[in-house]
Design a protein around this ligand. Structure first.
Ligand code: F6P
Length: 323
C-alpha cells in the first residue's frame, strides 16, 4: 500500500483531530503517503483533497471540531455520487480509506464497499457512543464532561430558587449521553429513547420524594419519545402547578465542541494508529473499537446496529440515589 486517504464525516466530535494526527503519522512512519479529504464524503465526490505531511497535523490534537471539516452527505447516498467518489480515489492513486465518524458514516462505507473494491477502515467518532463494537466512541467522554460542567451550574441556580429544571441533552436516537451525565450530576430522573418511562409516574415519585430537597434536575435526551423538554415542562406545569417551579434548558451544540479530554485524545490516538496498521495487514470494511482495553474489529454491518439494551440497573440506581 503506497497511499491512503482519511476523512471525517457526520457530526463532529472532540478527538477527531487526534485521530487524524495518529492516522497521518502512522502512515508516514510506514512510508505510506496520506491524502486528507475535506468535508467528508462530499469532499470525496468533489475531489477536495490535500496532501498531508507530518507537520500538517502539528498542534491540532488539543483542538475541538475537525480540522478536515465534515458534512452529512446526501450525494454519497446516490449511485452517481458513489461512482464519482470511486473514480476520484482511483485518480488520486488511493489504495485504502480511513473514515472517522458515526452511524451514518459507516452505513455509507458499507454501501460503498458493496459496489467498489477499496479497503475501508472506520474509527468511531461520535459524541453519542451508540455503536456496537467499542466501549467508547471518540468524543463521548468530552461531551459528557461538558454536560456535567453545564448542569452543575444549573444546579446552583436551581437550588437557590427551589426549582425543577428539565435539561435536554443531545442524542437523537441514543440516550447514553443523558444516562451517564445524568448519573454524574445526581439527576433526580433521566428520560431516554431506549426505555419507555411514564412521565406521570416519574413526577409522582418526585412529588412524593424528600420534601426538603430544594432543587430537582431531570435530564432528557433529545430523542426521548414524550416530545422533548418543553413538552415535558408543559405536562408538569399542567399537573403539578403548585408543586414545582419549572424551567427548561437545552444544551444543544455546545456539547459537540471544546478541547477533547485526555481520555478522548488517547482513545483517538490508539484508534487512528490501529486503523492504519489494520489497512497494512489487509483488513477491510471494519470498524476499530476498544473493548476491555483491547483493540477489536467489527464489520460495518454489525457496528451500526443500534444499541437497544441499556443497562437498566443504572436507571434503577438513579431512582434510589436521588431519593
Ligand atoms: O450524532 C451526533 C449528534 O450530535 C446527535 O446527538 C444529534 O442528534 C445530532 O448529531 C445533531 O446533528 P446536527 O448537528 O446535524 O443537527
Amino acid at each position: 500500500m503506497k497511499k491512503i486517504a482519511v476523512l471525517t464525516s457526520g457530526g463532529d466530535a472532540p478527538g477527531m483531530n487526534a485521530c487524524i494526527r495518529a492516522v497521518v503519522r502512522t502512515a508516514l512512519y510506514n512510508q505510506i503517503k496520506v491524502t486528507g479529504i475535506k468535508r467528508g464524503y462530499d469532499g470525496l465526490i468533489d475531489a477536495d483533497f490535500i496532501e498531508l505531511e507530518a507537520q500538517s497535523v502539528s498542534n491540532i490534537m488539543q483542538r475541538g471540531g475537525t480540522w478536515l471539516k465534515t458534512a452529512r452527505s446526501d450525494r454519497f447516498k446516490t449511485s452517481e455520487g458513489m461512482k464519482t467518489a470511486y473514480e476520484n480515489l482511483l485518480k488520486g492513486g488511493i489504495e485504502g480509506l480511513i473514515v472517522i465518524g458515526g452511524d451514518g458514516t459507516f452505513k455509507g462505507a458499507l454501501e460503498f464497499s458493496k459496489s467498489y473494491n477499496i479497503p475501508i477502515i472506520g474509527c468511531p467518532g461520535t459524541i453519542d457512543n451508540d455503536l456496537i463494537g467499542t466501549d467508547f466512541t471518540i468524543g463521548y467522554d468530552t461531551a459528557i464532561n461538558t454536560v456535567i460542567e453545564a448542569v452543575d451550574k444549573i444546579r446552583d441556580t436551581a437550588e437557590s430558587h427551589d426549582r425543577l429544571f428539565i435539561v435536554e441533552v443531545m442524542g437523537r436516537d441514543a440516550g447514553l449521553i443523558a444516562l451517564r451525565s445524568g448519573i454524574g450530576v445526581g439527576a433526580e430522573a433521566i428520560l431516554i429513547p431506549e426505555t419507555k418511562r411514564d412521565v406521570n409516574s416519574m413526577l409522582e415519585r418526585l412529588e412524593k420524594g424528600r420534601k426538603n430537597k430544594s432543587s430537582k434536575i431531570i435530564i432528557v435526551a433529545e430523542g426521548e419519545e414524550s416530545g422533548g423538554a418543553f413538552e415535558i415542562a408543559s405536562t408538569i406545569k399542567n399537573k403539578f402547578k403548585n408543586t414545582f417551579d419549572v424551567r427548561v434548558s437545552i444544551l444543544g451544540h455546545m456539547q459537540r465542541g471544546g478541547s477533547p479530554t485526555c481520555m478522548d485524545r488517547v482513545l483517538a490516538s490508539r484508534m487512528g494508529f490501529a486503523a492504519v496498521e489494520a489497512l497494512i495487514s489487509g483488513r477491510r470494511n471494519e470498524m476499530v473499537g476498544i473493548v476491555n482495553k483491547d483493540i477489536v474489529f467489527t464489520p460495518f454491518g454489525q457496528a451500526v446496529k443500534h444499541i437497544a439494551d441499556l443497562n437498566n440497573e443504572l436507571l434503577r440506581m438513579v431512582d434510589i440515589l436521588s431519593l
